[in-house]
Design a protein around this ligand. Structure first.
Ligand code: NAD
Ligand code: UGA
Length: 442
């Protein structure tokens, strides 16, 4: 099929590439000319495992193109996907100005002679947005243009986007027209995934409800981790014990510094706002946010308790990205942690395999010593903090790290390292929701 994707970011670029991979002809449109130019020259603006190779092979097979020209893309595409940002407003509501702008642009460029078109909202939006998009198009498009609007929320995770897209647990399609539903099912037929066929509004709501539930799961285990710390229990064992119940599952029960990223924080806020507007407030989600914020504060308290005054203390931080396998630092807890440490006068060194450039932009004005190597980062430090769950930190040579550091203290904010190994290497090891471990004195 011939598909256009508007917005070539984390979602648009990966989705478009995977659609091309299964045989569709895809044109990715972005109004950021620099980004499009980079892609045309074979430079991929984001880091996502396996993406670059897949882009190269699909471009050379002639199935994937990049352009700023929405009109040309709309003319040759049966289906137009919208994957533009939906950031939060100050009050927590969703900023729909990008969606509104794109709806107008689509209305402007469609012509009756192109034939029937489907406009699909892939961005995460409040329930009823699809009806608003349809209204804009029907108001402003040329007479005789025939369009259906569909909701097809995206569930990919950054860092595993390609494999999530190629093997989805389910595909949600919300359409109020059978013709649109049938065409959308053809788009996804090569993925062999279960398709959830629902009405437009239910599809939109599924996305906010899913992200909020996952955030709730993380906050739940983080709240349990605080109890474990007080009780001398081990949150990893608790997570294992409850997660083996299939009704609960072990996934998304990793205690840590709390959830970050461009989605959970904004989508939980967005869902709270939507529910309030609809007169059915989801108070529960306010507690989810409270627990998430408290997790970092509790961690900082424990570091202060150990190091006393943080001013002039040399702190090494492993990880800047909001999670492993990405260069994305939007709402990264690691970045928030570094801001707090700097504000208290600590001397911070930081290392991340992929996110340095983005973090430097985010932390402008903060004096951070960025390192190209995780061992270099640890040199002379009085404490090492693990802030992001990159695999390479888990397999670090801790004996070497111990030799480089000034004091042997680790705070593992992601329960990533093997505590016994850290102790063997001579460290005292502090983690989340577990007893601290100390080397024996003999
Ligand atoms: P992003 O910021 O990475 O990319 C958005 C792109 O849209 C940018 O390249 C921007 O230049 C482009 N754009 C903006 N206005 C445009 C216009 N008028 N015409 C053409 N291009 C335009 O955003 P993202 O992370 O890909 O998120 C997009 C949407 O998908 C959001 O609603 C988000 O909540 C949702 N989502 C994101 C993820 C994720 O993991 N990042 C996963 C699922 C859903
Ligand atoms: C999340 C969802 O998992 C995707 O399904 C969804 O499509 C996406 O949001 C979105 O709507 O944008 P993403 O934010 O990319 O994906 O990454 P996750 O793997 O969900 O991690 C989010 C945050 O939660 C990270 O900061 C991570 O460190 C944290 N996390 C995750 C935990 O603290 N514990 C866990 O058990 C899992």
């Amino acid at each position: 099929m011939n598909l256009a994707i508007i917005g070539t970011g984390y979602v648009g670029l990966t989705t478009g590439t995977c659609f091309a991979e299964v045989g569709h002809n895809v044109v990715c449109v972005d109004n950021n000319a620099e980004k499009v130019e980079a892609l045309l020259q074979g430079r991929v603006p984001i880091y996502e495992p396996d993406l670059e190779d897949m882009i190269v092979s699909n471009v050379s097979a002639g199935r994937l193109e990049f352009t700023t020209d929405l009109a040309a893309a709309a003319e040759k595409s049966d289906i137009i996907f919208i994957a533009v940002p939906t950031p939060p407003n100050e009050d927590g509501s969703v900023d729909l100005s990008y969606i509104e702008a794109v709806s107008h642009e689509i209305a402007d460029v469609l012509r009756p002679e192109f034939g029937y078109r489907i406009v699909v909202d892939k961005s995460t939006v409040p329930v009823s947005t699809g009806s608003k998009v349809a209204q804009v198009i029907s108001r402003y498009a040329h007479r005789g243009v025939e369009v259906d609007v569909v909701s097809n929320p995206e569930f990919l995770r950054e860092g595993s986007a390609v494999s999530d897209l190629m093997n989805p647990d389910r595909v949600v399609i919300g359409a109020d027209s059978q013709r649109a539903m049938d065409m959308m099912k053809r788009v996804y037929q090569p993925f062999n995934a279960p398709i959830v066929e629902v009405d437009l509004h239910s599809a939109e709501l599924i996305k906010h409800a899913a992200n909020s539930f996952l955030a709730l799961k993380i906050s739940y285990i983080n709240a349990v981790s605080a109890v474990c710390e007080k009780a001398g229990a081990d949150v990893e064992l608790v997570a294992q014990g409850i997660g083996m119940d299939k009704r609960i599952s072990r996934n998304f029960l990793n205690a840590g510094l709390g959830y970050g990223g461009s989605c959970f924080p904004k989508d939980v806020k967005g869902f709270i706002h939507i529910s309030e507007q609809l007169g059915a407030p989801l108070e529960l989600l306010k507690e989810v946010e409270r627990i998430n914020a408290a997790q970092l504060e509790r961690f900082l308290d424990r570091i202060r308790e150990k190091l006393w005054v943080l001013r002039k203390k040399r702190v090494a931080v492993w990880g800047l990205a909001f999670k492993q396998n990405t260069d994305d630092v939007r709402e990264s807890v690691a970045v928030k942690l570094i801001r707090r440490l700097c504000e208290e006068g600590a001397h911070v060194s930081a290392y991340d395999p992929k996110a340095r450039e983005n973090a430097e932009r985010e932390l402008q004005g903060y004096s951070v010593n960025y390192c190209d190597d995780m061992y270099e980062c640890a040199r002379g430090a009085e404490v090492l903090i693990v802030a992001t769950e990159w695999k390479q930190f888990a397999t670090a040579n801790l004996v070497k790290v111990r030799e480089l550091m000034h004091l042997p203290i680790i705070f593992d904010g992601r329960n990533l390292l093997h505590g016994e190994n850290a102790v063997h290497a001579g460290f005292e090891y502090h983690s989340i929701g577990r007893k601290s471990l100390y080397p024996s004195r003999d």
